[in-house]
Design a protein around this ligand. Structure first.
Ligand code: FAD
Length: 393
């Protein structure tokens, strides 16, 4: 069985490894010259414990399974994995009922060790943080997702597979017996293809003749980082109580495996699928993004939040103000700009953000349509799930 996997992010590589370990001959294709070039290499590096997700959803289930698999994988391959713990802080008493619901949901999702803390208790975990109360998840961890991706690629090759970089997929056609893929200058024939193309999902879906009912809208997440000694003010991960309507919003403080502490991200619509900066504007991409009715309906519904996030992007003190809510000792000299990332978020025709992971099967082609956070955390479990959908006949 010959299977092509599009995308050498953590998900495509995890899928390829899973397929190769079940005996398939796998070829991974990516347009970039290195693995983990997009979302996998531009994220917060948090191994989410599965606190917020709707119980019973794919996200809730695959995140918990994924944490266990990733922890074991990192231990086995001596990859960094540090349970620094996470505090979700209610900064006012008004947020305490929402905080209690978070603790209940975390327990329902099987997250171990969840503790509810008062204002004093939270300072024992994070001495420089303040708040009316907090939920502590001691097993939330940090890792180096690009390093995990590189190791997965090595596994694929060790199992007889191939990882072909600088191979943009330009055409896909299904025949009676397989799928022909044109990637770079190569023309390859597979029995089945799995697409894990992140920000390039819609283009691959269009090539497969399966445009679908959801489209990717790119959201740029911008960060700052703490400078010098200020890094010592944060031990682990400090998060706000999320707005259930926009769970990925809310500036947080994140210790990274390299010792940096990130502040962010915000979320503003990018002007290109790979629009890492305001000036990265692609008229073609923008036409596609704005040509999707869901983009306009989403903007219509959420314009107040959108305006706030854009303000947060351009106002010089917005990150500092957000961070000081939780760590008030921080000052203007403690923050400096850091590299950001672009999220691939699927949006329905009606403008709703698709919350759960989504996978579609179109003949011999499996399309991962929505794999936002915590998909890096859950990648090994998502891969096991995706492989069960691959048409092997
Ligand atoms: C700012 C930010 C913070 C995040 N924080 C976290 C976090 O802390 N924890 C967590 O678990 N998750 C987090 N995430 C989410 C996580 O990074 C993603 O869910 C995950 O990396 C998705 O992996 P992927 O392999 O699907 O996508 P990607 O890593 O984006 O890989 C897709 C690959 O497909 C390739 N590709 C696209 N089109 C083509 C084509 N036509 N031909 C060939 N190749 C193609 C691209 O080059 C790319 O390498 C965050 C994401 C962002 C952006």
């Amino acid at each position: 069985m010959k299977i092509g996997v599009i995308g050498a992010g953590i998900l495509g590589l995890a899928v390829a490894r899973e397929l190769a370990s079940s005996g398939a001959e796998v070829t991974v294709l990516d347009k970039e010259s290195r693995v983990a070039a997009h979302q996998t290499g531009h994220n917060s590096g948090v191994v989410h414990a599965g606190i917020y997700y709707a119980p019973g959803s794919l996200k809730a289930r695959l995140c918990r399974d994924g944490v266990a698999m990733l922890r074991e994988y990192c231990a086995e391959h001596r990859l960094p994995y540090d349970e620094v713990g996470k505090l979700v802080i209610a900064s006012t008493r008004a947020e305490l009922p929402a905080l209690r619901r978070i603790a209940e949901r975390a327990r329902e999702n099987g997250v171990p060790g969840i503790v509810e803390l008062d204002a004093l208790g939270l300072r024992e975990v994070e001495p420089f943080a303040v708040g009316a109360g907090a939920v502590h998840s001691p097993t939330t961890a940090i890792t180096d997702f690009p390093a995990v991706a590189r190791r997965l690629a090595e596994d694929v090759v060790a199992m007889g597979g191939a990882v072909r970089l600088s191979h943009p997929v330009r055409a896909l056609s299904e025949t009676a017996s397989g799928v022909v893929v044109v990637a770079g200058r190569s023309r390859l024939r597979f029995d089945a293809v799995v697409s894990c193309a992140g920000l390039g999902t819609d283009r691959v879906a269009a090539l497969a003749g399966a445009p679908g009912d959801v489209r990717i809208v790119p959201f740029r997440g911008e960060y700052r980082r703490l400078r010098g000694a200020a890094r010592g003010l944060v031990r682990g991960l400090i998060y706000p109580v999320p707005d259930p309507r926009y769970p990925f919003l809310g500036v947080h403080l994140t210790r990274r495996i390299d010792g940096e502490v990130l502040v962010g991200p915000n979320a503003v619509m990018a002007l290109a699928f790979e629009g890492y900066r305001w000036r990265d504007l692609s008229p073609g991409d923008l036409r596609e993004i704005l040509g999707w009715p869901g983009t306009w309906r989403m903007a219509g519904r959420n314009w107040r939040t959108g305006v706030r996030e854009v303000y947060g992007s351009v106002a010089p003190d917005a990150f500092l103000t957000a961070a000081r809510r939780y760590v008030p000792i921080l000052g203007p000299a403690d923050l400096e700009p850091a590299e950001g990332g672009v999220r691939a978020q699927a949006v329905g025709r009606d403008g709703r953000l698709l919350d759960d992971f989504a996978i579609d099967v179109h003949g011999r082609i499996v399309l991962v349509r929505n794999a936002p956070s915590p998909a890096a955390t859950a990648s090994l479990a998502i891969a096991r799930h995706v492989v069960l959908t691959v048409p092997l006949g």
